[in-house]
Design a protein around this ligand. Structure first.
Ligand SMILES: [Zn+2]
Length: 304
C-alpha cells in the first residue's frame, strides 16, 4: 500500500483506521488517543523505526515536546512532552505534533526535533514550514473535518461551543478556535494577549482578505483600552461577550468580542466576530442600536 506524503493525507489515513477500529469495538472515537496510535501504528508499519516510548519529562519551560531517536542508535524513537504543562489539551496537541514530525520529517532530521510553544502556533508561516506541517497534521488528526463540521453545523459561534470542541477533542481552546478559523467562511479573528499586550493574532481567510489584521509579531500592540480583555471587569461575562461599536478593535466595524481569562497566567484568549453581512448580523443582535450608544462604557453596563 502506498503511504501518504502530506500532513492532511497522513491525518486522514490514521483517522480512518481509528474510526474503523473504534466502530468495530463499539468505542468512543474521541478524544483521539495519540500515544497508543503512535506506538501501535509505528510498530506495525515501520518495524525498523518504531516509537517505543511516549512520556512526560520535566523539560525546560522553553520546550513543549520533542521527537528523539533512542541514543543507542537501534532505530527506535521516543516522543517526550513537557510534564510541567498541566493542560491536557496542550499535551495532546503536542503529542500529535511530534507524531507529525515522525511521519513526515524524521528522515530530514535524524537527530530529532525539539519544539517550543511558539512552534505549536506556527500554522501558516512560510519560515516554519516543518512546524506548520506538524501542526496541520495534529489539527487534522485530533479534529477530523467530518466530525468537526458536524459539531458546528447550525450552531451559533460562541465560546461555549469552542469549549465543547476543546473538551470533545481534548485540545486547547486556542487550537479549537484556530481550526474553526481555518475552515470558516465567516469574518473572525483570535487574539491572544499577555500582560495587556497582544501576543499574536490570527484571522480567518475572509477577514484577512478584507484587510483586517494585527501585526503583533512585528510591533508592540497594546490591547484596546475598551476591550473586555483589557478591562477584566468581573461584573461582565466576558465569555458571552459584548458587541463593541466601531473602532474599539482593529477595523472600523462593530465587533462581537468573547474573551476567556486563563486561570493561572495573565493570558487572555479572545474571539472576535466581525459582521459577515451587516443585516443578518444586526438582526441577531437586536438590542444594539448605533444611534443611542453614547459610549462603550455605558453600553457594556447596559448589556452586562
Ligand atoms: Zn515541532
Amino acid at each position: 500500500m502506498k503511504l501518504p506524503t502530506t500532513p492532511e493525507g497522513w491525518a486522514i489515513h490514521l483517522s480512518k483506521l481509528v474510526k474503523i477500529f473504534h466502530e468495530a469495538h463499539g468505542l468512543d472515537r474521541f478524544p483521539i488517543k495519540v500515544a497508543s496510535i503512535a506506538t501501535e501504528y509505528s510498530r506495525n508499519v515501520f518495524p525498523n523505526a518504531p516509537i517505543t516510548k511516549v512520556e512526560g519529562l520535566n523539560l525546560s519551560a522553553k520546550f513543549e515536546g520533542m521527537l528523539l531517536p533512542r541514543p543507542n542508535g537501534n532505530g527506535e524513537w521516543g516522543i517526550i512532552f513537557n510534564s510541567s504543562i498541566t493542560s491536557k489539551g496542550r499535551i495532546n496537541f503536542t503529542l500529535g505534533h511530534e507524531l507529525g514530525h515522525y511521519l513526515l520529517h524524521r528522515h530530514l532530521s535524524p537527530e530529532g526535533f525539539r519544539c517550543s510553544s511558539r512552534d505549536m502556533l506556527d500554522w501558516k508561516s512560510e519560515h516554519g514550514q516543518i512546524e506548520a506541517q506538524a501542526n496541520t497534521f495534529a489539527s487534522f488528526l485530533l479534529m477530523p473535518l467530518d466530525d468537526f463540521r458536524a459539531q458546528i453545523r447550525n450552531q451559533e459561534i460562541t465560546m461555549a461551543l469552542m469549549r465543547h470542541l476543546s473538551d470533545r477533542y481534548e485540545v486547547s481552546i486556542t487550537a479549537a478556535i484556530l481550526k474553526w478559523l481555518d475552515i470558516t467562511d465567516k469574518r473572525a479573528m483570535i487574539v491572544v494577549s499577555k500582560d495587556g499586550f497582544i501576543d499574536w493574532a490570527w484571522g480567518s481567510k475572509r477577514l484577512f482578505k478584507s484587510g483586517i489584521y494585527y501585526r503583533a509579531r512585528q510591533e508592540t500592540v497594546p490591547l484596546p483600552e475598551l476591550s473586555l480583555a483589557a478591562r477584566r471587569d468581573p461584573s461582565i461575562d466576558a465569555e458571552i461577550g459584548f458587541v463593541h461599536p466601531k473602532s474599539v478593535w482593529v477595523g472600523n466595524e462593530r465587533v462581537h468580542e468573547m474573551t476567556v481569562f486563563a486561570a493561572k497566567s495573565d493570558m487572555t484568549i479572545t474571539l472576535l466576530l466581525y459582521p459577515n453581512d451587516g443585516a443578518t448580523y444586526l438582526r441577531r443582535m437586536p438590542d444594539i442600536d448605533e444611534e443611542d450608544t453614547p459610549d462603550t462604557y455605558d453600553q457594556i453596563h447596559r448589556h452586562g
